[in-house]
Ligand binder design. Structure first.
Ligand code: B12
Length: 359
């Protein structure tokens, strides 16, 4: 058995799907990525632009590496009960129902790195943060195909998969690509409530995940209603996919443990906890990316769009919040209510936004 095959088997023993391929992004994906960036579809994610060359040519960015072992961890969690008490409304993307997936996958990668060293190989693992196009690399390794929702899908399972990549200096045989099984189906394109998906892929400028996870900027008012019940992230393009029909029964990786309190968090936490309190409760969850203020902004958008009965009390707390991000969202919600507020906010950014809105 080759050393790479031994590593692959080890990954499987950890409960992951794993396939290896030479470290190259197939030309088709290179083209799509370059066009995507030049069309500005990456919105404010400048880091994708900065790391463009490495993403297109990982073999140049990591000259010591010859192959990539792509790992896929299923996260088809079953529905979870809503805990008692608090203000628990809205929906959280399924991947965030477990504590931070990066840490769980990093632990597996560390084990594989150590095993690779024992086998005399150089190895380095990445989850998300590396300049790697994990989806296209997974497709090149034959783990699945890239669907019209731009996610990697696995036949017989679907797309509720989180990916990681282990680079090694072992040679790999080119893998037979998994056939594309989207066929003529376009359900994901029509399921996207903001129209962020089309035949060219995803426009992050309209993607609910982008606005609720990746940026702390105010969520554009014209998108507020379309975001519907999503508090954090969005799975609509996955829920619509027939390959995900049996998600919930398909199971999940044993390194993950979904928690009701993450699937249904108490929205009051985001305006009542201090930053420190938030870090203690949510520091190792996906909510840490937008942070307390980003989550409070998301909650204001949700309550505002739903016209929820708790909105007024929430806005009272939010308009006194130490973070301008939260007060900006409050100003937007006050605008929707037709109540001029925060026009004399001490922060120039909040003031400008509020005055701009109330003209
Ligand atoms: C930036 C990023 C985002 C951005 C942009 C997403 C995007 N589609 O580009 C935002 C914040 C919007 C986002 C959202 C989500 N993300 Co994200 N994201 C990333 C990250 C960090 C980089 C991806 C990247 O480089 N994007 C740039 C684009 C150009 O590359 P790409 O994703 O590979 O997409 C190209 C290919 O799919 C290509 N393509 C190739 N063949 C085909 C075929 C067809 C028909 C089409 C249309 C396109 C296509 O076209 C795309 C454009 O060039 C990766 C981790 C990583 N390092 O790869 C995770 C990652 C892609 N995200 C992931 C997840 C889970 C999500 C969410 C489901 C989370 C959620 N529930 O809210 C959503 C899904 C939204 C969606 N439909 O894409 C997983 C996906 C796992 C999987 N099964 O594929 C990844 C791999 C993270 C991980 N480690 O597991 N994400």
């Amino acid at each position: 058995m080759s050393r790479l095959e031994a590593l692959r088997k080890r990954a499987e023993a950890l409960g992951l799907w794993a396939q290896a391929a030479p470290l190259r992004v197939p030309e088709e994906h290179q083209g799509r990525f370059a066009v995507w960036l030049s069309a500005g579809r990456h919105a404010g994610m400048r880091y994708l632009e900065r790391t463009k060359d490495a993403r297109l040519h990982p073999e140049r960015a990591f000259p010591w590496a010859k192959s990539v072992l792509v790992l896929a961890a299923p996260y088809a969690f079953p529905e979870l009960p809503v805990p008692e008490g608090g203000l628990r409304i809205g929906r959280v993307a399924r991947y965030a129902w477990t504590r931070d997936y990066h840490r769980a996958l990093e632990a597996a990668l560390l084990e594989l790195e150590n095993e690779a060293r024992r086998l005399g190989l150089l190895a380095k693992g990445y989850v998300d943060y590396g300049p790697l196009l994990e989806g296209p690399l997974g497709a090149a390794a034959g783990l699945g195909w890239i669907g019209k929702n731009t996610l990697l899908l696995r036949e017989g399972f679907g797309s509720y998969l989180l990916l990681a990549a282990l680079l090694t200096d072992a040679e790999a045989e080119p893998a037979p690509p998994a056939p594309t099984r989207c066929g003529r189906c376009t359900r994901c394109l029509f399921a996207c409530p903001t129209g962020a998906l089309d035949a060219r892929g995803l426009d992050a400028n309209r993607c609910i995940s982008y606005w609720t996870i990746e940026t702390r900027a105010p969520i554009p008012l014209e998108l507020w209603d379309a975001f519907g019940e999503w508090l954090f992230g969005c799975d609509d393009c996955q829920i619509a996919c027939p390959w995900n029909r049996f998600a919930g029964e398909a199971g999940y990786w044993r390194g993950f443990s979904p928690e009701p309190g993450l699937a249904h968090p108490d929205l009051w936490d985001f305006v009542r906890l201090s930053n420190q309190g938030f870090a203690k409760k949510y520091g190792d969850t996906a909510f840490a990316r937008p942070g307390r203020a980003g989550m409070a902004r998301n909650a204001i958008r949700l309550l505002g769009a739903l016209g929820h009965e708790a909105l007024e009390a929430y806005l009272e707390a939010a308009s006194k919040d130490p973070s301008p991000t939260v007060r900006k969202a409050a100003a937007q919600a006050f605008f929707r209510l037709g109540t001029p507020r925060l026009l004399d906010d001490p922060d120039p950014g909040v003031r400008a936004l509020a005055r701009g809105l109330f003209g």
